[in-house]
Design a protein around this ligand. Structure first.
Ligand code: TEU
Ligand code: CA
Length: 562
């Protein structure tokens, strides 16, 4: 395998609006990101992915871009962005931006020009399609609810929006549009970006005959995802984009890819794939509801474990996936993956271990490193997220009571991960002087950076050790390139694997007990050293292994040994 600069890196996702506010307007900003670079460096982070910071009306929190060449005023200025790039560079860190090019904002000048002249050249930057019998061209439901078609005022046409109606889809069939996108990407890469996280990218290929599908809900519509699943040919766009842009800069790209067709992994992330890597969403896909996320199924430990194993093995001779337990669209990992008895610091450290030491590129989402959790809200009016408001409505329409619908939001809402970062137990959790744009999770009094920073057995201290181990001179090669070999599969409570390096012959064993009771595991090799224990039991575990050739793990205990 040809080695690439990003193979051994650890990444961190910042949701800028909720990270750190330095001017007291209640909104996180670029100065806030700059002020925390040393914090991230100390955590061991190499690559920082910023969720969108472009000029935007924020209908979908910046995933609706009004100007790809401007920084949102709420976040700061282009000078501040350049400063961020320079400061990151000084620390050997890379900045990765969000690339949102399936759609833009209805406030983008292209769209305004298109509306002004629905038969003119800019209409062709979008999907402006004549209606059928006075109705929309097809029966697609958008991701955020309602028809994916919106009438173009003063015309018999409709425009397509797979997300909100304020997010019109860009027409990738139009070579002029594609050229504009590539020029924009190169403009940013010329500034010295490390690369891009690429949003909703599978959606860029449409079946332009826009066939209707059998309705899949009481609204008589069919999810627009169906069209994406059925159409072929996205790869041609992705290859062209890569050749015209990323490849020339050796940029790092991570695709947000849902609904990939079977057997296409190599095309996506193989050595000459469309992207450097793509997120492993297999756990998400395992539990995703039938009608969006409101009716997502809870995690069943063994099913989740087995799907992670399968995903790890699937990519083995192909490439690297990007491993996550949470992001800005998903609930907090600690709340989602840990059974109730494990929702404590030991459990959070164990979950960290079985994510960060997998084969692939670890992505840590802001707040994950201190074990932030989902947030209970008393009423739907306390939510901001467009998708949450839709899914609440869908839940109520499906017959849920208010309490049940709120519980769905508590478990799955995208706002769970968007509450402000908890820096301290002081005013506004140290996020900033002004009232935060989204209410804090009240547990900041207990869970915050300041409390954990100087405590040796905190979740944060553990993350630092874990990342340092992964990147250490002694084990870096094994954790980066070593094979993933599952172990103790027959034990229903155990998440265990080897990382075996062909190059050095090293064999690192990771054992984690997600069960509520104790387990004794018979070892099939020798243990020389315990590199990490989430309960600080390195010595004891090592002694037991040497004496009896086995390891006893209590509930929520994990160890890393060689
Ligand atoms: O998400 C794309 C996407 O497909 C999601 O709607 C996904 O299906 C859903 O979150 C599953 O829970 C991206 C961004 O990550 C998201 O924040 C944006 O809202 C969306 O694109 C539109 O840009
Ligand atoms: Ca601010």
């Amino acid at each position: 395998m040809k080695k690439k600069w990003w193979h051994d890196k650890v990444a961190y996702q910042i949701y800028p609006k909720s990270f750190c506010d330095t001017n007291g307007d209640g909104i996180g900003d670029l100065r806030g990101v700059i002020s925390k670079l040393d914090y991230l460096k100390e955590l061991g982070i190499d690559i920082i992915w910023l969720s969108p910071i472009y000029k935007s009306p924020f209908v979908d929190q910046g995933y609706d871009i009004a100007d790809y060449y401007k920084i949102a005023e709420e976040f700061g200025t282009m000078e501040e962005f350049d400063e961020l790039l320079a400061e990151a560079k000084k620390r050997d860190m890379y900045i990765v931006m969000d690339l949102v090019v399936n759609h833009c904002s209805d406030q983008h000048e292209y769209f305004k020009k298109a509306l002004a002249d629905p038969d003119g050249p800019y209409a062709d930057y979008f999907y402006f399609v004549k209606g059928k019998d006075g109705k929309a061209p097809s029966n697609y439901r958008s991701y955020f609810g309602g028809s994916a078609w919106e009438p173009v005022p003063g015309s018999d046409k409709y425009y397509l929006h797979m997300f909100a109606k304020e997010q019109p889809d860009l027409n990738w069939e139009n070579p002029k549009l594609r050229r504009k996108v590539y020029d924009m990407i190169n403009w940013w890469l010329d500034k010295g970006l490390g690369g891009f996280r690429i949003d909703a990218i599978i959606n860029i290929k449409k079946d332009t005959s826009f066939p209707s599908f059998a309705p899949d809900g009481p609204d008589g519509l069919a999810s627009c995802v169906k069209m994406v699943e059925e159409v072929d040919g996205v790869g041609e766009f992705l290859e062209e984009m890569k050749h015209e842009t990323f490849e020339k800069y050796d940029a790092f790209t991570v695709g947000e890819v849902f609904n990939m067709k079977e057997d296409e992994l190599r095309e996506f992330i193989g050595e000459d794939g469309h992207f450097s890597t793509m997120f492993d969403f297999s756990a998400h896909e395992l539990t995703f509801g039938e009608h969006g996320w409101y009716d997502s199924k809870p995690i069943v430990f063994k099913e989740w474990r087995d799907i992670v194993y399968a995903s790890q093995l699937e990519m083995e001779n192909i490439g690297f996936k990007a491993n996550i337990i949470e992001n800005h669209d998903e609930p907090r990992g600690a709340s989602r993956y840990l059974p109730e008895y494990a929702q404590n610091e030991a459990g959070k450290k164990m979950l960290a271990t079985t994510s960060v030491l997998l084969r692939g590129i670890p992505f840590i989402y802001q707040g994950q490193e201190i074990g932030m959790t989902n947030c209970v809200r008393g009423d739907i009016s306390e939510y901001d997220d467009i998708s949450t408001i839709d899914q609440y409505k869908v839940a109520i329409e499906a017959g849920c009571t208010k309490e049940e619908a709120l519980k769905c939001c508590y478990e799955n809402s995208r706002d769970n991960a968007r509450t402000p970062m908890q820096w301290s137990d002081e005013k506004n959790a140290g996020f900033g002087d002004g009232t935060p744009w989204l209410a804090l999770n009240p547990n900041y009094k207990e869970i915050n950076v300041k409390e954990q920073e100087n405590r040796a057995d905190s979740v944060l201290s553990y993350y630092k050790k874990l990342v340092a181990l992964r990147k250490s001179d002694a084990y870096k090669e094994t954790f980066t390139y070593g094979d993933f070999v599952p172990a103790y599969r027959e034990k229903d409570d155990i998440f265990a694997f080897h990382r075996k390096s062909k190059e050095s012959g090293q064999d690192v064993l990771v054992l984690a007990n997600f069960g509520s009771g104790e387990h004794t595991l018979k070892l099939d090799g020798n243990v020389k050293q315990v590199l990490l224990s989430n309960l600080g039991r390195e010595q004891a575990v090592c002694a037991q292994a040497k004496e009896s050739g086995s390891v006893t793990l209590t509930s929520c205990e994990c160890v890393v040994a060689v």
